[in-house]
Design a protein around this ligand. Sequence first.
Ligand code: FES
Ligand code: ZN
Length: 314
Amino acid sequence: MSVINKKCECGKNSIYYKSYEGRAYCKRCLARQIEMNVKKTLRKDGLIKKGDKIAVAVSGGKDSCFLLYIINKIFRNVKGIDFFALCIDEGIKGYRKKSLDAAKKLCKMLDVKYYVVKFDDAFNYTIDKIMKRISDEKSRQKICTYCGVFKRYLINKEARKLNATKVAVGHNLDDEAESVLMNILRGDFNRFLRLGASPILIEDKKFVQRIKPIRNVSSDEIILYNKINKIPFYYQRCPYSYDNVRRDVKNIIDKLEKKYPGTKYQIVRFYDKLKPILLKRVKPNGKMKYCKICKEPTSRDICEACELLEKLKN
Ligand code: FES
Ligand code: ZN
């Protein structure tokens, strides 16, 4: 992102320069372009249709607040499409309360219904408690795995209980480019196939489809859009975010983007071209089963959440 002297095409002063487009944007044109970007993703991938009830996963961070704001803007007055915010409280002292306050503030501002679900109620564990429970440093570095697995599990279960037909998540362009590269580095072909605006799921009545309406909007653009529209959100990063593969990949991609503007966009476009070709030849692995312990859908005998909970008992 750079501010230049170039004027926006409309003649106004610019606030943002997209170097790979060679185009400067003023506030208004940038906001409009971002909204068009999201609408295009929704349309192209047919993400939201009449009859849908969307659970928007909102953490209070910049991406999910942007997601809720834009969904509200696009669908507020559309008949036959309903949405609400679903917030997860993982129990991280000094952090989650503040971010949830931002999420609630936005919901109230937009007059959107919201639900808060706590790890503690669902699993009898908070992330703080898990951190205390795990003694060795190596496992503590994997706290984000616990958090991610429990969060996905709970979002699916709660969204289903609330009769949602889809769960919208705030993955942006940067996240998507990182995921593409991360799965290549890990050699995780199955997860690689599951990326995209509407990841493939083995259809099941207990699974609520996940969609990523903002996957083509960059992190920089989201920050600007939030500023332009005075969208409340919480800035701090989770205190448990360790150095991990994603962080390294992020640093590499950010460096490349600086040197070769448009890199993130190109990685995601390349993936989008590749995926349909791959899907013609390979069937994604896994058959849907139900966890022997909790009866939630999984491709294994015991779901990941129950497996981690068992581990915590030892
Ligand atoms: Fe889950 Fe930080 S938000 S570990
Ligand atoms: Zn289970």
